[in-house]
Unconditional design. Structure first.
Length: 281
């Protein structure tokens, strides 16, 4: 999608599977099946890993990197991964981009399905996938990822992000801040401390890269909150605030994990939020 001097496109790095009940928290299975998808024989639902590519005359930016391919056979089976598809370098070939063309990588947070492809194995050594890029993550979240709780420890793989520090590729952000004239970081605290969602403004149209605040369009429904979330009541309040603003300002929300809907505008009817218009990015 070209808007003025800025090009936006979601990047397909394949699908993976997570337990449907975990993805929808307290919501009974008959309801989340109707809202999103039937699960497989292991109760996993299909999820996209959908980074966003942004290009202008000066920069080639990625928001998140997907799962990557640094997994054991056991992990591949658990998460139903296709390593060839989840390798973001393969996906970027369709955009005629190599690992040396990316100038900036914005990481919403450091869970493996969002930053797993931030590093790769080259000749037996783990190194940044994009050696010329500066990677950005909230400093508060980085501290959490290095010392997570027993509840969320399994979501972090330090090989995904510590090599970025060791190779001097990582830069910390702090709080709500501007990355560029058209791109703003908005930290959120329900899913994991200081997950930075990204607000992109192009020709007066606002795009909101929601990360795990709204991993799928089904999660626009307020009670549909991940069991992974550390602070679900905080998530609830963040959803209310963002959705109200999205309707008032006609935002387009990008769904990082929805295999059926890439992005959409939001409506509200009888107290419930929904996708009022699907957008292909």
């Amino acid at each position: 999608m070209q808007k003025g001097d800025i090009f936006l496109r979601t990047i397909d790095t394949g699908t993976f599977g997570l337990d449907g009940g975990t993805m929808f928290g307290i919501i009974p299975k008959p309801l989340w099946v109707k809202a999103y998808s039937e699960p497989d024989e292991m109760n996993r639902i299909p999820l996209a890993a959908r980074p966003l590519l942004i290009r202008n005359k000066d920069k080639t930016i990625l928001i998140d990197t997907g799962n990557g391919d640094k997994y054991s056979e056991k992990q591949i089976a658990i998460y139903n991964l296709d390593l060839e598809k989840s390798n973001i370098l393969n996906a970027l070939k369709s955009e005629n981009l190599s690992r040396y063309d990316i100038t900036d990588v914005i990481l919403t947070h450091l869970h493996f399905d969002h930053c797993g492809a931030s590093t790769i194995i080259v000749d037996g050594k783990i190194e940044p996938t994009f050696p010329k890029a500066t990677y950005y993550v909230q400093e508060e979240h980085f501290r959490w990822a290095n010392n997570p709780t027993e509840k969320d420890r399994g979501s972090f793989n330090k090989n995904d992000f510590l090599p970025l520090i060791e190779n001097d590729n990582l830069k910390f952000t702090n709080g709500n801040s501007k990355f560029d004239d058209f791109l703003e970081f908005i930290p959120l605290y329900g899913h994991t401390p200081a997950m930075q969602s990204v607000k992109i403004t192009v020709d007066e149209q606002i795009y909101f890269y929601a990360a795990d605040l709204f991993p799928t369009s089904a999660h626009l429904n307020l009670p549909y909150i991940l069991a992974y979330d550390n602070y679900p009541l905080t998530t609830l309040e963040e959803k209310k605030k963002i959705l109200t603003q999205a309707i008032e300002e006609n935002w387009i929300i990008i769904f990082e994990h929805d295999v059926f809907i890439k992005a959409g505008k939001v409506g509200k009817k009888n107290g419930s939020f929904y996708v009022s218009e699907k957008i292909d990015i």
